[in-house]
Each structure stands twice: as C-alpha cells, then as structure tokens.
Design a protein around this ligand. Structure first.
Ligand code: BG6
Length: 486
C-alpha cells in the first residue's frame, strides 16, 4: 500500500522532536508500508538535501538507542522531501496538489502540526485543490481549541471539508502501549470484568505526574494551564478507557460510542463542587532530581503575576449503575517529585476479616510510564509461622509484577509511531471523535468559569513535592490516600 504523508509545520518542534523519530522507528522496525513518501512543508526555502541535513542534525538530540546509523539515515532520508509553502497563499496549494498527484498513492495523510488558527484556511484550500477525496485523511494535533466554542468552531471548519472518518484527532496518550493493554486487560480476559464495578472497587486514581517544568513553552503554557493541557484530554481519555462498558466490537465507533457515554455520565461541576472537589496549584522553586529549579513565575515567558495552574487534582464520579458512588480522582502536575503516570484501581476490603493485623485491600496498578506494566497487590501467608502475640497468623503484602517492556522486548512501539502507522492504515480506534472531544470540553468548562470568578488563585507547592497539601485533603475526606502516601 503506497502512501504520501505530508507534515504541515515540517520544521516545527513537534515534527523533529516526535514525528520524525517515530517515523524512523517505524522504518527501522520494517513497519512503514513500502512505497511511502514523506513531505515536509514549511515557509522557508530549502532543498530536499538541506531538509534531510536539518533532520539528521536534530536526531543527535534523540536518545542513543533510537538514533540512526549513517547508513540507516541515508536509507530513511530517501523517503524525505521538502516543499516551501506559505499556508495563507492559495497559489501555493497547487504546488502541493501537483506533488501529490504526480503519482497516485493509495493513501494520503495530511498531518496538521501547525497552530489551530491555520486549520480553517488550510482545510479550505486543500478542498479547493481536491485534496479531500476519500483516500485523504487529515490528522489534527492538540491544542484543539481552548474551550467548547473554539473546539466546535474547529470541528465545524474541518467537518465542512472532511468527513468524520477522514479527520483523526490525536491524543498521544491513546497511543501509549499501556493504554492498549488496558483494553486487552479488560476485554481480552474474563478475569477482571466481573469485579470491574462499584461492588468490588472502592476508588480509582489516575495520576499523570511530570518532573519537568514548562521549559521553553512558558508563553503557550501560561495561556493553557494544566486543566486544558492534560486533564481535558489525556486524563479524561484514560478515565473513559477505565470506566467504559464493553464495546460490542473492537471497531472505532463501537469503542468511541462507549467512551462518549462515560463522558456524558460524568458528574457535572457546580461552582460549589469546584470549590470543594478541585484543587489547583502552581509550583514554587524547589529541588527536583537533586537539582535546584526555579518556580513557575521565574520561568521564561511567564508573566510575574501569572495565576496559571501547573497542578490539578480533582474528584469526580461516573453516574451510572456500574460506578455510582465510586470516586474517580484525577491528578496531574509539572515539577512533581517524579515522572510517573499510572492508574490505581483500589478494590474494597474483604467483607469479614479472619486474619490478624492491618487489613489491606487489593490494588491493581496500571503503569504507563516511566515503565509500562501491571502490578497486582495481594496479601499472602508468609509461612514460617509468623503470628501475632495472640498466636494469630499474619499476612504479608506481596505483588504480582508484569513488566511489558521485558515481556515483549523490542516489539514495543512508541505512541507516535503507533498513531502514525494507524493514520496511514486508516485504523481509527485510537483517535478521538469530535463529539467525545466536545463533551470533554463541556465537562471541563464550569471549572474554568469557577476559577475565573475566584480571586484566590492556585495554591503554591514546592517543586519536587506531590503538589499542594489540599490534594491530600481532597482524598482524605473520603478516607483515601494517594498511592505514594500508602
Ligand atoms: C502534552 C502536553 O500533551 O503531553 C505537555 O502538552 C506534556 O505539557 C506532555 O509534557 C506529556 O506527554 P508524555 O508522553 O511525555 O507524558
């Protein structure tokens, strides 16, 4: 199957930091279909050779195991082409059209790694030159809007030119191997599904912690904040995968219908609920990985009086028969103690204890990063006659650990690699449908409104900690603790 992949924003950060390394890995693993061409499009004048040299140089910043040898790069570079285009100029699209129609590839994937403000003009011009035929797909990178109205406006523009199944919205968390394993765990095994409900589960915690700060993206981040950057998309997508009903098939729409139902079942926020159930924080200077780091307000391109949140923890519920009353806690932040993304499913305690000692409920930990694996925490009899002073047997905590990186070794595929291959193959399961995306905004918006009306602003936390103390108090109210506090 031949394909043409066009990267709009071809010299931009996303292209050289994520997309090119992912495409190279797909190439190295022999997964890129034969007969492919990759065309980078940007404003400045460059030849193919100059563009290839630019990308070659950028690869020096990639982790060593993922760097190409000279020979590998020479082969990969054969796929790379460059076209100068000013996206605001209609005439420039005819050049793109003739490049694409110079041969007839089976599939054309247009990856819009540009500012969303350009989506309307790009989509309109693509349609004018006929680059929206059924074999063409358009891939949209976040941020897809900053609230419901702007997301709807983008969807309307894209929808006027491309059919829903041609528009692929990326949430790179869905491309992470652990997230696909979540589907496999729940629906490829009979073991957990009967327990996956309020009768057996006490609460669920989704944490996406980062140790990095905002880096060079201060201006972007300050206009965005953690709620829009991580909760509206990544954390909510993880929640839908955990909470959804079994889809009737593994097809994209069967899955996306179920995810949408979860989003529609989330308890809506009132201003009082925001004050009670949402904690926002902002990092102060501190120490991360043994190094002193500045506070958010000292970061480049951040206004000194910014009220932007770099941390959010919240409590919600999925209001349906399966989950009624079960708290779902979501938490994300920059400059936290560790880079750690995981979902913790805390089961209920045994109904009637017969063993001595501290009761400890079972816990399933789905680890997304830095490692990718599963841990099932159980209690076991140690043997060797360990007893209390009254002679009662004492149980010890043990865990069953599964490290997917070790289990599947080199077959593991990174998120962007997986999503790019899916986009080329037309597999839509791991892309977000417009109604899901809009529903996520609908749910998040009352939080944004309540914050606007609240002059208190974010609570400070020290860089290198786990966020403001109020985040611990949030779960403590339900008698819970975060995973690292257990
Ligand atoms: C992006 C956010 O979507 O996800 C970044 O814009 C964040 O702020 C990144 O750092 C985290 O992704 P990952 O895959 O490194 O956890």
């Amino acid at each position: 199957m031949s394909f043409d992949l066009v990267l709009f924003g071809g010299t931009g950060d996303l292209t050289w930091r994520k997309l090119m390394p992912a495409l190279f890995q797909a190439f190295r693993h022999g997964k890129l279909p034969e007969g492919g061409r990759i065309l980078a499009v940007a404003r400045d004048q460059r030849s193919d050779a100059e563009y290839r040299a630019f990308i070659r140089e950028k690869f020096t910043g990639v982790e060593e195991a993922k760097q190409p040898s000279d020979e590998e790069f020479a082969q990969f570079a054969g796929l790379l082409h460059y076209l100068r285009m000013d996206l605001s100029k209609p005439d420039d699209y005819t050049g793109l059209q003739s490049w694409i129609e110079g041969r007839s590839a089976d599939t054309v994937v247009l990856f819009l790694a540009t500012s969303p403000s350009l989506f309307p003009v790009v989509c309109e011009q693509l349609a004018k030159v006929g680059l929206n035929k059924p074999h063409v797909r358009v891939v949209l990178e976040k941020p897809l809007g900053h609230d419901l109205a702007s997301a709807q406006a983008i969807n309307l523009t894209v929808g006027a030119t491309f059919r829903e199944e041609q528009a692929l919205r990326i949430d790179h968390y869905l491309g992470k191997p652990a997230v696909q394993n979540l589907m496999a765990l729940r629906f490829g095994n009979a073991l957990f599904e009967p327990l996956w409900r309020r009768e057996s589960i006490a609460n669920i915690q989704i944490t996406i912690a980062e140790s990095i700060g905002v880096g060079t993206r201060g201006d972007f981040y300050d206009a965005t904040g953690a709620l829009r950057d991580m909760i509206q998309n990544h954390a909510l997508q993880l929640l839908t995968m955990i909470a959804m009903e079994p889809p009737s098939t593994n097809d994209a729409d069967a899955i996306r219908d179920e995810k949408l139902k979860v989003l529609r079942s989330l308890k809506p926020f009132t201003p009082e609920a925001v004050a009670r159930d949402v904690v926002r924080g902002q990092y102060k200077a501190g120490t991360v990985d043994g190094k002193r780091v500045p506070g958010y307000l000292e970061e480049a391109k951040v206004p000194a009086d910014s009220g932007c949140e770099t941390f959010v923890a919240l409590r919600t519920e999925v209001q349906n028969w399966r989950w009624a009353g079960v708290p779902f806690y979501l938490r994300t932040g920059k400059r936290l103690a560790a880079r750690d993304a995981q979902i913790v499913v805390n089961f209920r305690e045994v109904p009637h204890p017969i063993f001595a000692g501290r009761r400890q409920a079972n816990k399933l930990v789905i680890k997304l990063q830095p490692e990718d694996g599963l841990e099932l925490h159980l209690l076991a009899a140690k043997g060797g006659g360990a007893t209390t002073s009254q002679g009662h047997e004492v149980l010890a905590p043990v865990s069953l650990d599964l490290d997917f990186d070790k289990a599947f070794a080199s077959e593991r595929v990174g998120a962007y690699e997986r999503l790019l291959l899916d986009a080329i193959a037309g597999r839509l399961n791991l892309f977000v449908r417009s109604d899901e995306q809009e529903q996520a905004w609908r749910w998040v918006e009352p939080i944004l409104h309540a914050w606007k009306a609240d002059s208190l602003g974010p609570r400070p936390y020290v860089a290198g900690s786990w966020g403001p103390a109020a985040a611990s108090a949030l779960v403590a109210r339900d008698g819970c603790v975060w995973a690292e506090e257990q």
